[in-house]
Each structure stands twice: as C-alpha cells, then as structure tokens.
Ligand binder design. Sequence first.
Ligand code: HXC
Length: 519
Amino acid sequence: MSRQDQIKKLIDLREQARLGGGLKRIEKQHQQGKYTARERIEKILDEGSFEEYDMFVTHRCRDFGMEKESFPGDGVVTGHGTIDGRIVYIFSQDFTVFGGSLSETYAQKICKIMDQAMKVGAPIIGINDSGGARIQEGVMSLAGYAEIFQRNIMASGVVPQISAIFGPCAGGAVYSPALTDVVIMSNKTSYMFVTGPKVTKTVTGEDISTEDLGGATVHATKSGVAHFRADDEDEGIMLIRKTLEYLPQNNLEDPIQTECHEPIDRVSDELNTIIPENSNQPYDVKDIIYKIVDDAEFLEFHRHYAKNIVVGFVKFNGRPVGVVANQPNFLAGVLDIDASKKAARFVRLCDAFNVPILTLVDVPGFLPGSKQEYGGIITNGAKLLFAYGEATVPKVTITLRKSYGGAHDVMSCKQLRGDINYAWPSAEIAVMGASGAIQILEGNKMNEITDPKELQNYVLDKEAEYVEKFANPYIAAKYGFIDDVIEPRNTRFRIIRAFQTLETKKCTNPPKKHSNIPL
Ligand code: HXC
C-alpha cells in the first residue's frame, strides 16, 4: 500500500468511526430531540480542542452473532479537550451503537481516560445515553461497570466529576453518575432508575410510567439524585461548562479568580430593611444573595429539591464561593432530613475542592414530628453538622435572623470552626423561639390563669420580655460567638474582606484513614 493509500485508509476509517451506528440511527436520535455523542462533545468543549482516543477499538464478543457486527469505537467516544482553555477528560456514550450498551472494551476506553485524568489532575465529564450492560457480553459487562465505579471512587475528591444524563441510564449503570459530584438530567429525554417500570410492575404490582419513575423532574424534586434539571441538552451543556468555572482542576489547586467588574464595597441600602418587622413573616433569601454577590449571578444546585435550604456557587470579587442559606420562604427555613443531606453534600463538595463557604442563617430549628424522627433526622442532621465541622476551607457565617437551638450549632457556628461569624442587628440567637420558651418556662403559671384575656396579655408580656432579653445578636456577641454585628447594607464588603483575610488560612484535620461521617 502506498503512503498515500495509507493516509486515505486512515481518513476512511476515521470517517466510518464518526458515523457511529450509521445515518439511520443518527436520524432517529435527532428525531427524539437528542444530539449524538460526538455532537455533544463538540458543544461541550472549546472549538477544535477535542483529541479522541481509541477510535478504532471494537468489541471482542463472539456470541449471538456479534462477531459479524462491530463498529469502530464500540459505542463510546472518549478523549480530552478544553473548557475555557482548561483541560478536561470526557466520555460520551453513543446510543446509535448497540444502544450505547457497555461492553468490556467500551469500559476499558472509559477507564483509560479516567486514569489519564487522574494522572494529570483534570476533571472528568461523563455523558450517559445507554441501554446499560451489553446483554451479549454478560458478566464481562458487569465487570466493566465495576472497573468504572472503582475509578469514580478513587477520583472522588481528587478531580471534579460531572455526569450528564441525556438518555436512558438504568440498572446498576446509575451508580457511576451517582458516585460523581454533579448530576445533570435533560428534561423529558432522560431517565434513571435501578429497576424499570416493567420489573417494578412484575415485582410490586405498581403501574408507573418511565417519566414518573425516573424522569428528570422526579430526580430533581423528589429523590435529589439530580442536581440540575435542564430544559434540554443545550442547557445541560451550558451547566456543565458553568459548573467547572467554579471548581479547580483538582484538589491541590484553588478555584481560579476571574475579573470582577463591580466595586467590592458596593452598598445595598435595601438590605437594611429587607428583613420583615414581623419575625414570623417569610422573605426570599435569594433576594439577599443576588444583592451581595458579583453580577447577581448564582448557580443554584438542587433548586427544586429541599427548597427550605438554598445552596450553590457565586463569586465575590471574582473568587468562587459556595453559599448555603436557610430559605424562610419555604417551610420557614426549617432544617429537615432532605435539607440536611442536600447542604451536607454541598459543603463537602466545596471543602473537597477548596471553595470557601458562606453560610447565611435564618433557621427556626429542626422540623419536629414522627416522620422526621423515624426517617432519621438525628443521623441526617448530623451529616450537616459533621460536614461543617470537618471542613477546613475558609468559612464565613452571617446570621440574618433566627438561629435557634441545635440548628444554630449546625449552621456553621463559631465552635464548628466558623472563621468569621457576623450577625445582622435583626439576628435572634437563642435556645428556642419566644413562644416555645414561654410555654416551657411559664407553663405552670399560665395554667393557673383562668381568664382568657388575662392569659393572652400575660403571654404577650412574657414573650416580649423574652424577645428583648434573648432574641437578639448581642448575647452571642458578648461571648465572642459572633465577631461583629454588621449593618446589612455593608454585607458584600464585609464578606469580601473576610474572605481576603482568610486566603492564607491554614487548617488541617488529624491524620486518619478516613472519617466516619454518619451516612
Ligand atoms: C445490547 C442493546 C441494549 C443492551 C439496547 N440495545 N439495549 N444491545 N445490550 N443492553 C440495542 C437494541 O437491540 C437496538 O439495536 C438498539 O440498541 C436500540 O434499542 P431500541 O430498543 O431499538 O431503542 P429504544 O426503543 O429507544 O429503547 C431503548 C431502551 C431499550 C429502553 C434502552 O433498548 C431497552 O430496554 N434496552 C435494554 C435495557 C436493559 O435491560 N439493559 C440491561 C439493564 S441491567 P438495533 O440493532 O435494533 O439498533 C444493567 C446492569 C448493569 O445494565 C449492572 C452494572 C453493575
């Protein structure tokens, strides 16, 4: 073969690989509102940056007539490229080849780029669109999954791992995305479940649709498996790129600082009156977040799940910061099982990747009741407490209003190594709210009062006395548990200066194999 023919052969082979399972199947993929594996990669990465690996790999299966059918690349496109100039490794499952199902060689391709990513310390992006284990390959496929899981585990906390689900993701295959840091699902075109509707019906008798069992809405609102529900793949792709903007390449680096176009000492007079006069009146904590951060930009994680707590990435003076904020607009901002799990996982994401944490506190306490107790609010609440106490990144806490009881301790208090703890003058830091406290402290006296009017006045007087004495920031400030009571309008500047002073913070935990967080 002449040199020229050799080149032509290479070009032809590449052409063939790029067609995946063929034009007909590509057409079907498009008809379903989905991009192909390669189109997704092109849209995620910086233009022209993709370098593909293992384009000529084929499966080795000789059963079920598979020896007669093979496609170069074998159903997954892998390689590396850049996002905003920073290197990332990526695999993208190709549904047009055997339904994107996972074979032995396919798993090896994914493992190869995961190993490379770990070697160079770069994020891993996985695009899932697959019918699961390649049925013809049996246990080889199961072993392949386990090889990937093991790498997901080893990479956890070392390089950021982002999963996008843009099609089916079923059976044990769900566990690779579940092991990663961020899961993004496209609305209506993706689903995730361990057992699908047919098996569910056979085993339990429950009749349920694919969408209701494992669609993006279910996982973004009920299970919390998905951090983001994207309207479509384009939004999902934007979210992948955006998320990486706030994270470093690996755990040994800091997130990058970008240029900030706003004054760091911008004051917001509206903040002085944003907390309602009536302490029981709700407000939207996101209004406060938008007013204090750079460019009013907030990448909110889990927006539709456990809405009583708000978490996500922002920037202060161009530096990425993770925000955790109680949300008085939903369930009065109470801490419950789901909110605790959501916030704990986010705090650990920030801590793993050196993202400082800002905590905005307005929490009336933990949600009472048998449902919460039976569901393990003790263990789950402890997750958040543990996550904060273990975190070594700079931690700035601002108490906006309520900070009661155990929830006060959990929400990044001073003794959980909060580095700088400020409070607004509207803060109420105490063991419990006025009405609960008066019921306990004055219960016997109240039982003796028979006249309803007299009882009402007595309770109001006692509550007012309690509020005056305890429901304010100054007792905590007196003990140094609050470093300063600040004017709300200056909050942005105080936060930026606090994080600036903490840039050289040194804090390490004692050497150990690993902690035993109450899972
Ligand atoms: C081999 C598969 C496949 C699989 C799909 N295909 N799934 N080939 N192994 N697991 C092939 C089909 O034969 C078909 O080939 C092509 O992919 C497209 O599939 P369709 O069924 O035509 O597509 P669609 O109607 O869109 O349905 C998609 C689907 C369905 C819902 C994913 O294909 C499906 O139910 N597949 C099986 C899913 C499954 O049970 N997987 C095993 C789960 S257990 P042609 O040649 O016609 O294009 C598991 C364990 C993992 O994954 C354990 C990890 C620890």
